[in-house]
Design a protein around this ligand. Sequence first.
Ligand code: 13P
Length: 228
Amino acid sequence: MRKFIFAANFKCNQTRAGFNSYADALNSWISDEEIIVFPPSCAFLNRNLRFLQGAQNFYPCQNGAFTGEIGLEQLNEFGINCVLIGHSERRQILGESEEFLRAKFEFAKGQNFKIVYCIGESLETRESGKTLEFLGAQLKNIDLNYENLIIAYEPIWAIGTGKSASKAEISEILEFISRKTSAPLLYGGSVNLGNIAEIYGINSCGGVLVGGASLDAQNFINLIKETK
Ligand code: 13P
């Protein structure tokens, strides 16, 4: 069967109680699907999960004086060995620089963590015709040969807008990235029940990173079922 990763990014949504029920629903449905869920860190669960629990964010430290952050010590308590790095919301809203993202990447790589590294262009960059150049520069920041790397292409203009990139647009970018790395490539940006089958049909696409449509467990399960 084709390997296809379904990743759910809850962003600043869900509580621990809510995620616990979500995990029950996913645990009882899942068979051999590869699923990663990124809950908010205050909702991390310490229980048997049949999917991978990942961290949306961390500070590249064991522990220390980094108010409001979580480090390796906190991730380890929940057995977390998968992290999201470079999401456009952290780049834009939280001001994470390429230099800081590189520090996070190197730290997570040093732990041999699975890294889902996000890249994506703004509408302005797309309209200026400089998308490939821009994404190429974002990719220069990290070790593309890292064995536990997954790249997520998330065009900023498609995130939370209900307007996914087209099949042709996704194919063009994923093929461009696949010439630089053999890492699995995900697409993210308004993935939903209505477009998942088409996205699944893109050969170079190794999975999806889903925001809004992943928040309800049954909706996320239905989305996965659309690819079967
Ligand atoms: P939406 O699926 O809500 O557009 O979010 C995509 C995203 O940013 C996932 O990381």
